[in-house]
Write a protein that binds this ligand. Structure first.
Ligand SMILES: [Zn+2]
Length: 574
């Protein structure tokens, strides 16, 4: 009786824990391309914002330039509460209106974190239009940036405002009205125009390059008169993820250099707080090293037109395109720690390496749905191994990669639910990196593996993708069908078990797969002591290999196998 009821309680709790997350209408509105979003393509965002450091409010205008792909009647604008939309104006820009026209306010209806705008203008397929949105209010303040994001209103050691935003996952609509879906990047880039009181002696930095810095003795913004403002305008020419468009405001000192890269001269600049600029000048010398290793492995830095910037931020760090956020306290490791425990992670600055690695995977190649974000985090996690290997050798890379496995929980799959703005498990980082390490060794040809990494960055240059496109590309150019391998590691929590027995006298290894998805096929290739060894285990079908003539230890061989492949080797004892 007691046992039975305990079992029931246990069952009840198991059910609660394993219950699927419940998604609401707002998740679907945010995460899917519904009929108010799918008929137009965003070409450009022009953002103008004036922050008020005293009451932590902003006021601004955002202009969307967009193109009509099919006929639509309404537009969904994402802007999170409690920000207020003052007015919206919509007009066609291409073809240009024939005669002088008057701007009309477009009627809109606010519904929680969105607004639905009526399209009152006649728009045909191929037309371009402009949507102007004036808004204001107190944006969500970050709780624990960058993970629990929003506006960050900090002060530096001298009491000057130090302000930025972190909004990955949360969404850029936390601070500016946009089409908050990862599939639609503005192809022509974005501009960020920031107004700050001149008297504060601080500057504003954003993505891309500065296009304007001017003092305004008196200006009227959204009907409010401001005295002595200074206006900083930045512009990024390349397509960019919404969440990557970020202002940084503070008492920054900047310096720059030119990096002789694969596509010519790359403008590299650095921004650090006045009080930290000395430490930054030393720590940031890791940037050219990072560029060298990453251009070797993944091809040219993807945004030469916009340059590369590393900017000290009031949070740990984020991959903001061409304006990478840095907050790692000018120390090597991850806040001084080595996430791999192998020792190699203390040789370099985690934030410089990881967040910059995202310029290739996340910023150059972005996923359409955040459910596929392993393409961002798995590949970028693997750039840490590649960086380690480039400077410290293959053994170091293997050890770093192996060390990151201890953080893998295997509780839920890496790929999340589609259409609801839902990410998969945090395992997308190190398990994603270990999946790539596994595939790389199975291919067993580093020239080919490197050409896959550079090829992905060329083929999907400035594009948004699905995981399927990435998986197919790797199978095609890896010259092996890895689809079941991707299914196993991305869509289940099962880790393949390499189950084996050793006949030590006969030097005979008997092996098979266990715990696999049906049809799982992962050839295990090795170059071991100058020998090319290929094992092709099959689930539940024991196979044998004789090492009689080889001069190595089978136990050492098993250790090597686990270092190069993310599998669990289990010796079956009779
Ligand atoms: Zn990352």
């Amino acid at each position: 009786m007691i046992r039975y009821s305990l079992l029931l309680i246990a069952l009840f709790f198991t059910k609660m824990i394993s219950a699927q997350p419940i998604f609401e209408k707002s998740d679907t509105l945010r995460g899917s391309l519904n009929e108010n979003r799918d008929w137009f393509d965003i070409l450009k965002y022009d953002i103008t914002v004036t922050p008020n450091f005293d009451n932590k409010t902003i006021q601004g205008t955002v202009a969307w330039k967009a193109k009509v792909n099919k006929l639509g009647e309404k537009i969904q604008v994402d802007l999170q509460q409690p920000l207020v939309i003052d007015s919206i104006v919509l007009f066609r820009i291409n073809p240009a209106p024939q005669e002088a026209f008057k701007l009309h306010a477009a009627p809109f209806k606010r519904d929680n974190n969105i607004a639905i705008v009526e399209v009152t203008e006649k728009l045909n397929i191929g037309d371009e239009f402009m949507l102007l949105i004036a808004y204001h209010g107190k944006p969500r303040e970050a709780v624990k940036p960058p993970w629990d994001g929003g506006w960050i209103w900090k002060k530096d050691g001298n009491g000057k405002p130090w302000v930025s935003v972190a909004c990955q996952g949360l969404g850029a609509s936390v601070w500016y009205p946009c089409k908050d879906h990862q599939s639609d990047e503005p192809e022509e880039g974005a501009s960020v125009n920031i107004y700050i009181p001149d008297s504060l002696g601080i500057i504003a930095v954003s993505n891309g390059r500065p296009v304007k810095e001017e003092k305004l003795m008196r200006s009227v913004i959204n009907g409010v008169t401001n005295n002595h403002l200074i206006n900083f305008k930045w512009e990024v020419k390349n397509p960019i993820n919404n969440y990557n468009i970020i202002p940084y405001i503070g008492d920054y000192i900047s310096w720059s250099e030119t990096y002789p890269g694969l596509k010519g001269e790359l403008d590299v600049s650095y921004y650090a707080l006045r009080e930290d600029s000395l430490k930054a000048r030393i720590q940031f010398t890791q940037v050219p090293k990072m560029l060298k290793a990453f251009e070797y492995w993944m091809g040219p830095y993807p945004f030469y037109e916009d340059g590369y910037k590393l900017i000290q931020a009031p949070h740990l760090g984020m991959e903001h395109q061409s304006a990478v956020a840095y907050g790692n306290k000018f120390e090597n490791g991850y806040l001084g720690r080595d996430l791999s425990g192998s020792g190699w992670g203390k040789k370099w600055d985690f934030i410089i390496v990881h967040e910059s690695g995202h310029e290739w995977f996340a910023n150059n190649i972005s996923t359409k749905d955040i459910a596929d974000n392993w393409v961002h985090e798995g590949f970028t996690n693997y750039t840490e191994t590649l960086f380690t290997e480039y400077y410290y050798g293959a053994k170091a890379g293997n050890e770093y990669n192996y060390g990151t496995r201890k953080g893998i929980s295997n509780r839920t799959p890496i790929i999340g639910p589609y259409g609801v703005n839902g990410e998969g498990s945090g395992d997308m980082y190190s398990k994603g990196g270990n999946l790539l390490h596994t595939i790389r060794h199975s291919i067993n040809n580093d020239k080919r593996f490197r050409s896959i990494l550079t090829g992905l960055n060329e083929n999907f240059y400035h594009k948004t993708v699905t995981t399927k496109e990435i998986e197919d590309y790797i199978s095609l150019y890896g010259k092996f069908n890895f689809s079941k391998v991707f299914d196993q590691y991305l869509r289940t929590t099962q880790i393949p078990v390499f189950s084996y027995t050793i006949d030590r006298i006969e030097k005979l290894l008997t092996y098979q797969w266990r715990n696999c998805v049906p049809g799982f096929d992962l050839p295990l290739n090795f170059n071991y002591f100058g020998n090319q060894i290929s094992l092709r285990p099959i689930e539940f079908v024991p196979q044998k290999i004789s090492f009689k003539n080889e001069s190595f230890d089978i136990d050492e061989f098993i250790k090597e196998l686990e270092l190069m492949y993310y599998v669990k080797a289990v010796e079956e004892r009779n």
